[in-house]
Design a protein around this ligand. Structure first.
Ligand SMILES: Nc1nc2c(ncn2[C@@H]2O[C@H](COP(=O)(O)OP(=O)(O)OP(=O)(O)O)[C@@H](O)[C@H]2O)c(=O)[nH]1
Ligand SMILES: [Mg+2]
Length: 455
């Protein structure tokens, strides 16, 4: 994964959001601070990092979540959007016959990238030829020739070429390769800085080559400095795209990416290693999703969602019980919540705060077997809403109908009703205990006791 530490930091931050009980200003403050720190560590420009985190904060606190989105999903979505926006529009180099020229300063990865691109297009069914227009270093010729052997692509160059021969070689090379290949990639020489003679050489070569793409290759390890470099080249020769290389070996990749995006020059590929296969098209949306591990975050959110739903339901049930509203509905809710939790005598644990009171409950109640609980659930499924709310009215023909409907004996229905009554009595017993209630309310974070529960 590219930009490992930025990715890790952002993922950790978002995991915090996904696992949070509630999204409030404190949490937003905290995550915004952490995102800021992560961005600065990745060498993202201070101003840009501040702007972005301010925007995240504002949006997280002011915007309404989209329909169906939880507050946590909302925040994660905003962080994602803002990061994508920083990386700006992306551009894809078309898969079509064309001439591509690579330019850039010394040692940025041009020659390696020429080989990577050749392989990339070959794998997509296009014939590719390579032209060695770096006439200043004899070793450059050998390097590209070796790469062309490696990818089995036609190659044109002149080992004996002199310092002024770049345009001539490009002219000859393209004349030869355009007949035999779909895509011609021209590798040019680098310089230590963007001096007049480099600009002149680029312009001369562009003139004879008339390239479809003028691609600037920049080493991402320079971080933010990639911005001014892209700008200078763009001013001088109007590049059509940027390839950021060595994004694998740099903690500063975030700075390079954002700084280049700010210049408006679209990033078209990123180089992610020394191998010829280590190149990836650059799509801001996809890149950020991967950086943030959106798949992981999605899973986290789903898990957190379930936890909260259970929690909300438990709270709701406990609230109803405290208000003296304990019908078969509440009993069933509890049973369902517990269905994956093993022995059903844990049912009392589900009423938060009461778990410790188990010893006060009738022994019989604890003894109910799981099998019986399952049967109880089936019986309750055969009841109408009204019956669930009015268990005291279940008798006679009504009771027999429920038994038949759930495929059991009237005795079993009576068992359920007995179990319900016992549970209700136990809860009524607890309702008289104000200290117990208070602990319960605190545990549920429902504030003070409502009046009707006062002494
Ligand atoms: N880790 C890593 N190394 C890379 C990447 N791209 C290029 N390199 C390495 O960077 C070094 C320079 O690459 P070159 O392709 O020779 O660079 P260049 O721009 O052609 O250099 P000059 O022709 O001398 O101007 C080589 O050691 C490459 O292996 C990349 O994406 N990741
Ligand atoms: Mg080179």
């Amino acid at each position: 994964m590219v930009l490992d530490s930025l990715s890790e930091n952002l993922r950790d931050t978002l995991a915090k959001v996904a696992n949070a009980n509630r999204v409030d200003e404190d949490l937003i403050e905290e995550i915004v601070r952490e995102i800021q720190r992560a961005l600065l560590q990745a060498d993202v420009n201070v101003k840009l990092a501040l702007q972005m985190t301010r925007s995240i904060k504002e949006r997280a606190l002011e915007e309404e979540p989209a329909a169906g989105a939880s507050p946590r999903e909302h925040v994660i979505r905003i962080v994602h959007d803002e990061l994508v926006q920083v990386l700006g529009e992306s551009r894809e180099i078309e898969l079509k016959p064309q001439t591509i020229m690579l330019v850039g300063l010394y040692g940025q990865g041009k020659t390696t990238t020429a080989g990577k691109l050749a392989q990339y297009f070959q794998q997509r069914g296009l014939q590719v030829g390579l032209v060695a227009a770096d006439v200043h270093r004899p070793a450059a010729y050998d390097q590209l020739q070796q790469i062309s052997d490696q990818v089995d692509a036609p190659f044109y160059g002149d080992k004996e070429a002199g310092d002024d021969d770049a345009a001539k070689i490009v002219d000859e090379g393209l004349a030869e390769l355009r007949d035999r290949t779909d895509i011609q990639i021209v590798d040019t020489s680098g310089r230590h800085s963007l001096e007049d003679d480099l600009i002149q050489e680029m312009e001369d070569v562009f003139e004879v080559a008339d390239p479809d793409e003028k691609i600037l290759v920049i080493d991402a390890t320079v971080g933010q400095q990639a911005g001014p470099q892209a700008e200078a080249f763009n001013d001088a020769v109007d590049v059509s795209g940027v390839i950021l290389t060595k994004i694998d070996g740099s903690a500063k990749g975030g700075g390079a990416l954002s700084a280049v995006s700010e210049t408006g020059a679209p990033i078209v590929f990123v180089g992610t290693g020394e191998d010829l296969a280590d190149i990836e098209t650059f799509d801001a949306e996809r890149f950020i999703s991967r950086l943030l591990g959106m798949g992981d975050i999605q899973t986290l959110l789903e898990k957190a969602q379930h936890a909260v739903e259970d929690e909300d339901k438990a709270e709701e049930t406990a609230e109803k019980i405290l208000e003296g509203d304990f019908t078969l509905h509440e009993l069933k809710d509890q049973m369902e919540m517990l269905s994956n939790m093993g022995p059903m005598n844990k049912i009392v644990d589900m009423i938060p705060g009461i778990g410790g009171m188990k010893q006060n409950l009738p022994k019989d109640q604890m003894a109910q077997s799981e099998e019986q609980m399952e049967q109880f659930q089936i019986i309750m499924d055969s009841m109408t809403d009204w019956e669930m709310s009015n268990p005291d009215e279940i008798k006679g023909s009504r009771l027999r109908r429920i038994a038949t409907g759930s495929g059991c004996e009237p005795e079993d229905v009576k068992e359920l009703l007995k179990y319900y009554e016992m549970s209700q009595r136990a809860i009524e017993g607890l309702s008289g205990d104000r200290g117990m209630q208070k602990r319960l309310m605190q545990q549920l974070d429902m504030g003070d006791l409502p009046d009707e529960l006062g002494p």
